[in-house]
Design a binder for this molecule. Structure first.
Ligand SMILES: [Zn+2]
Length: 463
């Protein structure tokens, strides 16, 4: 009798879960902007925590059972996981690194191949490409997380968006397009392969008032086009992501294009869409599709509250490729307290940089690419630049490729002067002699890659 009772109860339970899942799938495939806006306005710490606990149990059990990578790493550690201890178990789990995903992405695939509905790719620290798998539901969730970003930036259904990200293997542009379509916003998908003048024409013709692109592309676009007063006044928001944005560039973009710049934080390994700035522009609100921790990158111990450290993320509700305690390499900190915008989603600060992006030049000084952005943005003639760090005669050499308005010897001297204004670099060139005098090479156009790195360490690939 007892057994029968259990069987009946179990089947009722499974029926209810299936019904609920069907309902969620339906909700996710057709996203109602106004409805999501209301949901988000109502979240608070308690609901977020409850959501996290409920979903982390499912995520960890799913990973332990179905992910070849986690199958023998976590089952023992999550034995006895329940609603009470769910969040405290996370720090006891092992980390996942970018290198592990790039060496063999497939070992993270936790569903049968037939369930995979989409792929995208991302470069790993080891130089290899990572394959990121998504089920249909994962793709819908990606749409949903981008929608949260739209709401944060005040985007409405009546807006006209233009995507100037590159379309291709990176897939960010496609995901944004898909999310905009699923909420019903007209989008002009120009990508970044048309000329700046063509972009301008599209903006003028369709009255684009929301632009999506990488900070460097949008910055260059803003300097190359002159929008009519009417279109400029109508411009609402410029959403950038994928790279850092120095504060002075934000000002230039806002002055030249009109509208307000919002920086979004995403990670390809999670399908993008992790957090976004709100109208207060004080850090990124983190969406509830991840659990975050900040650790000391050296000791891997948690840092003190509000201290800077490396962001570690655990995915929630990812079917195809759950990632547990993934080391993002991004340096940031938690911002405590409530945001003036009223949204209760927690915040992290603007990224200080990506640990992967730092390049050691000369006598062990580490440089973030942003240092060189600041250096060259003050030279008006420079349109864009790209630095390769190579090894020559046992010294570091900075091969600096410059796209300039009027290349000249005078400009070369001006650029050199900028390099020498960095004290640490000047010392390494003149005193420690670990760095050669930078070489300036004028070129017409920089290589057109989707997410360009402006500071490239070519020495890594020699060994
Ligand atoms: Zn806010």
């Amino acid at each position: 009798m007892l057994v029968l009772k259990k069987v009946v109860l179990d089947s009722i339970k499974s029926f209810v879960i299936k019904q609920r899942m069907r309902q969620i799938r339906k909700e996710l495939s057709d996203i109602n902007l106004e409805k999501v806006e209301k949901q988000i306005a109502n979240v608070n710490w308690r609901t977020i925590n409850a959501f996290k606990k409920f979903n982390i149990i499912k995520e960890l059990k799913h990973s332990a059972e179905n992910s070849p990578y986690y199958r023998d790493k976590i089952p023992e550690l999550i034995k006895g996981i329940n609603y009470k201890n769910a969040l405290s178990i996370i720090p006891k789990l092992p980390f996942t690194t970018s290198a592990e995903v790039s060496v063999n992405s497939k070992q993270f695939l936790a569903v049968p191949k037939s369930e995979v509905a989409g792929l995208h790719f991302t470069y790993g620290t080891t130089g290899g490409k990572k394959t990121i798998y998504n089920t249909k539901r994962d793709l819908n969730l990606i749409n949903y997380s981008y929608t949260l970003g739209f709401i944060n930036c005040g985007i409405e259904k009546k807006d006209i968006a233009q995507i100037v990200y590159s379309f291709g293997v990176w897939q960010l542009a496609e995901y944004i397009l898909s999310a905009l379509r699923s909420v019903g916003i007209i989008t002009i998908p120009t990508g970044n392969y048309v000329s700046f003048q063509d972009q301008e024409e599209y903006i003028e013709k369709f009255g684009t008032n929301v632009i999506f692109g990488t900070p460097s592309y949008v910055y260059n676009l803003s300097r190359e086009i002159d929008l009519s007063t009417k279109v400029k006044a109508n411009m609402k928001a410029i959403l950038v992501g994928g790279e850092g944005l120095p504060e002075h560039r934000r000002k230039v973009i806002e002055e030249k294009l009109g509208g307000e710049v919002f920086i979004n934080y995403g990670l390809n390994e999670f399908g993008g869409g992790i957090g976004s700035e709100c109208k207060c522009h004080n850090g990124y609100h983190i969406f509830p599709n991840v659990i975050y921790e900040i650790i000391d990158p050296k000791t891997t111990e948690p840092v003190e509250r509000e201290e800077y450290g490396e962001l570690v993320l655990t995915s929630l509700r990812r079917e195809a490729m759950p990632l547990i305690r993934y080391r993002t390499g991004d340096i940031t900190r938690i911002i405590d307290g409530e945001c003036d915008c009223g949204l209760k989603l927690p915040r992290i600060d603007q990224l200080k940089g990506r640990t992967d992006d730092r390049v050691v030049i000369g006598a062990a000084e580490k440089y973030y690419p942003i240092v060189f952005d600041k250096l060259f943005d003050s030279v008006d003639e420079i349109k864009d630049y790209w630095i390769e760090v190579v090894s020559e005669n046992d010294r570091d050499s900075l091969k600096t490729y410059i796209s300039a308005r009027k290349p000249s010897e005078k400009l070369k001297a001006k650029i050199l002067e900028k390099f020498y204004s960095l004290d640490s670099l000047k010392i390494d060139i003149e005193t420690t002699k670990t760095v050669n005098k930078p070489e300036i090479i004028f070129i017409d156009k920089l290589p057109n890659s989707a997410k360009r790195r402006r500071l490239v360490d070519k020495r890594k690939f020699k060994t």
